[in-house]
Write a protein that binds this ligand. Structure first.
Ligand SMILES: C[S@@+](CC[C@H](N)C(=O)[O-])C[C@H]1O[C@@H](n2cnc3c(N)ncnc32)[C@H](O)[C@@H]1O
Length: 412
């Protein structure tokens, strides 16, 4: 069954409410907005229970909601496009790859962020340059990424465009740069909360908001957020859970369930900025963090020194490849506990084999995809049947939307 059909079936059990957002149905984002928040949580809890039934074990599932399920997101990624023949800036329309809903507000974002969105769109219109079209690959403006810090209220903006001169839409390189610098200057002048303005250039054909070149045009290179006791520097491309308050709860809960021992070793696999490693560091002798993106690890190292965390060692590379060095990982770095937080696709079979070879006492699995979570828990338990599912806890990082973040703990 397709995900949209499944969602219609799941929603049938609940009363509908009037969605407060005027873009509901047109915009592809918040598909659960027409359920009351307690019903959204019940639907998600049921979904986890049904998925876990495949494992033949059903520990109680706890789902922690958000006290205020609106204006919680710390990062937004908007796309430029056309709406009624005008330049538009917003989210992809429901069931469409090309159409972009022109937004004046988004109820998941803090209001200062949506004010920046409107001003960037107005500034883009004033330049007279066209939005990029993903079918023709012509046009200039591509994406706008806006991060905001819950702790400081400060904002980081990254405007992404095509290189400009390559497709003839914006003249030569110097002219293009002057246009974007003018926009950056205007936005910073109008919004004192904007700490940094980046320009990202991308000639990629794929519709992904990851620039090949990043230029800091105004302000500081990093935005500072606080998670629990930690000060965290962020970059436009850093991975951070979308709801800072829930991220702190998730990491506190995960680390609270782990018992590595003061002389123990922990692995933080798919560590991103190393946040889980930081939460674990005070309770172990050493944490090893692995991530495939060197730019995450550069910031992880900076954040470790900013927070006085000294017993964490980061390694750049793919988990499934790095862990093949069994002499190191099964001797010097042999873990008492392992935390994994992979992308949607879940764990590579070689990563599963290496974790099983290390045979940690506990494996904490954080997942944004319940299907791959259940598949991988099944593979880990098949590989070593004495692992039992000791706890499942989910955190609603994404109220109003269909997404879910789940933590499962295996113990032997
Ligand atoms: C869901 S994020 C988790 C980040 C981090 N644990 C956190 O809580 O902020 C997944 C991370 O896996 C990394 N990644 C994806 N595939 C990988 C692979 N095969 N090996 C190592 N890291 C990978 C990405 O760069 C990303 O930082």
């Amino acid at each position: 069954m397709r995900p949209e059909q499944l969602l219609v079936q799941e929603k049938a059990a609940y009363a509908r409410v009037d969605p407060p957002c005027p873009y509901f149905g047109t915009c592809g984002g918040c598909t659960l907005q027409d359920l009351a928040y307690p019903d959204q949580l019940a639907l998600k809890r049921d979904r986890i229970r049904r998925a876990l039934a495949a494992l033949g074990e059903a520990p109680p599932v706890e789902l922690i909601g958000l006290e205020d399920p609106w204006r919680y997101r710390n990062k937004a990624e908007f796309t430029f496009g056309e709406w009624d023949g005008r330049l538009a800036l917003g989210y992809h329309a429901a069931r469409s790859f090309w159409r972009v809903v022109d937004l004046d507000d988004c109820l998941l974002l803090p209001e200062p962020v949506t004010r920046v969105l409107r001003d960037v769109r107005d500034a883009a219109v004033r330049t007279g340059l066209p939005p990029y079209h993903p079918r023709t690959h012509q046009g200039f403006f591509r994406y706008l990424l806006v991060r905001s810090s819950r702790a400081t209220g400060r904002i980081l903006v990254c405007l992404m465009t095509s290189p400009g001169s390559a497709d003839g839409t914006a003249g030569n390189g110097a002219a293009v740069r002057a246009v974007v610098e003018g926009m950056a200057h205007d936005v910073v002048a109008r919004h004192p909360a904007v700490e940094s303005f980046y320009w990202g250039l991308t000639g990629r054909v794929a519709d992904v908001a990851v620039p090949e070149q990043l230029i800091l045009l105004e302000g500081a290179p990093h935005l500072e957020e606080r998670l629990g006791p930690f000060r965290i520097k962020l970059h436009p491309l850093s991975f951070l859970q979308p709801t800072s308050v829930q991220a702190d709860r998730l990491y506190t809960t995960v680390c609270g369930r782990l018992r590595p021992g003061a002389d123990g070793v922990a692995w933080d696999l798919y560590c991103g900025l190393g946040l889980i490693a930081f939460y674990l560091a005070s309770r172990v002798r050493k944490v090893y963090g692995i991530d495939g993106e060197p730019h995450h690890l550069e910031l992880a190292a900076l954040n470790a020194s900013l927070n006085g965390v000294r017993n964490v060692e980061f390694r750049a590379g793919r988990v499934e490849a790095l862990l093949l060095d069994r002499r190191f990982w099964l001797q010097e770095a042999k873990p008492d506990v392992v935390v994994v937080d992979p992308p949607r696709a879940g764990l590579h079979p070689r990563a599963i084999a290496s974790i099983l070879a290390a045979r940690p006492a506990q494996i904490a699995y954080l997942s944004c995809n319940i299907q791959s979570l259940v598949r991988d828990l099944g593979a880990l338990r098949t590989g070593f049947p004495r692992y039992r599912l000791a706890a499942v806890q989910a955190f609603d990082m994404f109220p109003q939307t269909n997404h879910l973040e789940t933590f499962a703990l295996l113990e032997r």
